[in-house]
Design a protein around this ligand. Sequence first.
Ligand code: BYC
Length: 314
Amino acid sequence: MHNEHSDTHFQLRIDNGEHIEAKDYMPENYRKHLIRQMSQHAHSEVIGMQPEGNWITRAPSLRAKQILLAKIQDEGGHGLYLYSAVETLGVSRSELIEQLQSGKAKYSSIFNYPALNWADIGAIGWLVDGAAIVNQVSLQRTSYGPYSRGMVRICKEESFHQRQGYEIMAKMMAGTKDQQAMAQDAMNRWWWPSLMMFGPHDTNSPHSSDAVKWKIKRETNDELRQKFIDKTIPQAELIGLVVPDKNIKLNDNTGHYTISKINWDEFNRVISGHGPCNKQRINHHIKYHNEGEWVREAAIAFKKKHTKKELETV
Ligand code: BYC
């Protein structure tokens, strides 16, 4: 129901920095905006398990395998918190999954690139989770209560993920020439796609103005990207990795690094379904979702039985 008075009151609450909760009044476009962003965030967590899952059986030590397994399980958990948070907005999990599988809903561009070797697992943890944290730390202060609280918990786990990746990279850089070359090659392939995770430049970001007005976004795509660049370049230099950009320059006046132009054609190709692994990722999801149908049926049957028993004992 659209109501001008309610919309004004809603915006006042946002301007006052209040959280909006599931049963509070919200404009329909705010609800839609959240369903789009939060569901895409949930899909990213779940699809993000695939490139890393590829390396569980080939981790170089038992320690590395345990850590990787725990990390991937965390990503699955993050997906579940986020799906539950989206469901508070009145949309069902099955609808969301259908949007993902039919290509209607996006997931992060980054997961359409392949993880070719063990150094890629380091680069994903360090760069991809590193980028995700910068974005998610900011989202802890997002205006929708269930999303904000989900982010607080997710960020705690995500910082461990970033360190796991950096440890792999640091170890390889302290290793043989071949290991150093592998780490550098992974850095070369993951650097630019990681910068694209923050989305288009602010001037080309159609959702940003509503997102900022409603405090869904507390910082813009470019602001967050810059934070990530400034924090990551010194980390690369510390372990001897070269950032694959000849134009990187630290501006002494601003304290920020400047970089070359991002290849937005590549970004647009990947988000419109034509990246190296888009088809593989969705087909894999569909296959395992279908194979898991019996688990969902069993859970529903169990719940029904349980509820019936509870009713009988009242
Ligand atoms: N990939 O107006 P804009 C993780 C789309 S990592 C794909 O700026 P918005 C993990 C955008 O959806 C990441 N699509 O949009 C890490 C929109 O298309 P639609 C998960 C992208 O929403 C390691 C169009 O471009 N994090 O979880 O204001 C292991 C215009 O963009 C991308 C999140 O999802 C992209 N990179 O800003 C495992 C964070 N960028 O929807 C897991 C939550 C843009 O109109 N999301 N697009 O079809 C956000 O903060 C914001 O949605 C974004 C984009 C900053 C990503």
